[in-house]
Design a protein around this ligand. Structure first.
Ligand code: GLN
Length: 193
């Protein structure tokens, strides 16, 4: 099989960290800022950062509708934190006018843990991964509810949902990429044909 070509949406956020993790895995990595780059990839990572900014820039760069369509058309996609927010069908506490790409039948609550000072790290069990995953939560969202088509893949010890998957789309509230954790990226790559 030929090498998978994975894009990282490079409008805002921790693009470099995702590129670095992906480069340790068996794939070609491309930063996506254009339609040409978008149409060349086998899978897309949407980084953490600020989902309102990612949304606005995606409109300005002419990528909002094409990404939405690509996800609806089955492009494998993986979002962390702000990326999860962009993949959820409904956003609570959204900035005015902010729209998600959608793809996962979930309601996400932005900034559910408070401000930057409420950031924390924890080891979590993620469905499909044998060992605990080291996870950093940074102004993270919580998945408030999921619809019947979505599968919960990670929860906090208190039961709150922080990872979800539906068909070609997977989203997590946390950042494995900022702590050099590659297991969730590996899991994503398994879903890329
Ligand atoms: N609070 C950010 C948002 O709403 C997400 C934070 C993050 O990606 N670390 O987009």
């Amino acid at each position: 099989m030929s090498t998978k070509r994975i894009g990282v949406l490079a409008l805002q956020g921790d693009v470099r960290e995702h590129v670095a993790v992906l480069k340790t895995l068996d794939c070609d990595v491309v930063e996506v800022k254009t339609l040409t780059a978008l149409s060349s990839i086998d899978g897309l990572v949407i980084p953490g950062g600020e989902s309102t900014t990612i949304y606005k820039l995606s409109e300005i760069f002419g990528l909002y509708q094409p990404i939405k369509d690509a996800i609806a058309g089955g492009l494998p996609v993986f979002g962390t934190c702000a990326g999860l927010i962009m993949l959820s069908n409904e956003i609570h506490n959204s900035a005015s006018g902010q729209k998600p790409f959608g793809g996962i039948d979930a309601v996400v609550e932005r900034n559910a843990f408070g401000n930057q000072n409420d950031s924390f790290e924890i080891d979590l069990t993620v469905k499909g991964i044998d060992n605990p995953v080291h996870a950093a939560f940074i102004r993270a969202p919580i998945i408030a509810s999921v619809g019947p088509a979505a599968e919960v893949i990670a929860t906090l010890p208190d039961g709150r949902i922080v990872g979800v998957r539906q068909g070609n789309a997977m989203g997590i509230s946390f950042h494995p990429e900022v702590v050099g954790e590659s297991a969730v990226h590996k899991l994503f790559l398994q879903s890329v044909a």
